[in-house]
Write a protein that binds this ligand. Structure first.
Ligand code: FES
Ligand code: FES
Length: 152
């Protein structure tokens, strides 16, 4: 399977039906994308495919042939992205397990909706966090929008 992974072309030798999550973790050795539920319910496995947030546990690797996949490893690889900086400012993570998925979902949201309202956030960010970081997360999403707008 040929696709672009974090801006580099890759060829992954995996059965076409293998979930993208496991192709990333096992074949590409990128373990930042987490397994939570395996049934598209929790969002721990969220990555971006051509800019859209996608739940990689239910996406066969064949579905991303020729597309651009971005994982948490591809965000802020040179310097923390505005979303990551906002996350640090607001001290969002607790155990951290769900956070890569939230950061990917937020990055995709802000690319489409630079000024998200609470309703936009509720509609787009349906990930689950067992530690209950939701209030800090909402503040961080708004802060990330400001930082992105300021080009900071
Ligand atoms: S692991 Fe994919 S949505 Fe939960
Ligand atoms: S920070 Fe622990 S599950 Fe979200």
């Amino acid at each position: 399977m040929n696709f672009t992974l974090n801006q580099k072309p890759v060829a992954i030798d995996a059965p076409p039906e293998k979930p993208l999550l496991w192709a990333l973790r096992e074949d590409a050795a990128l373990t930042g994308t987490k397994f939570g539920c395996g049934i598209a319910a929790c969002g721990a496995c969220t990555v971006m495919v051509d800019g859209q947030a996608v739940r990689s546990c239910v996406t066969p690797v064949s579905a991303v042939a020729g597309k651009a996949v971005t994982t948490i490893e591809g965000v802020g690889d040179k310097a923390p992205s505005p979303v990551q900086r906002a996350w640090i400012e607001q001290q969002v993570p607790q155990c951290g397990y769900c956070q890569p998925g939230f950061i990917m979902a937020t990055t995709a949201l802000l690319a489409k909706t630079p000024n998200p309202t609470d309703a936009d956030i509720d509609a787009a960010i349906t990930n689950l966090c067992r530690c209950g970081t939701y209030p800090a997360m909402r503040a961080a999403i708004k802060r990330a929008a400001e930082l992105t707008k300021a080009g900071a």
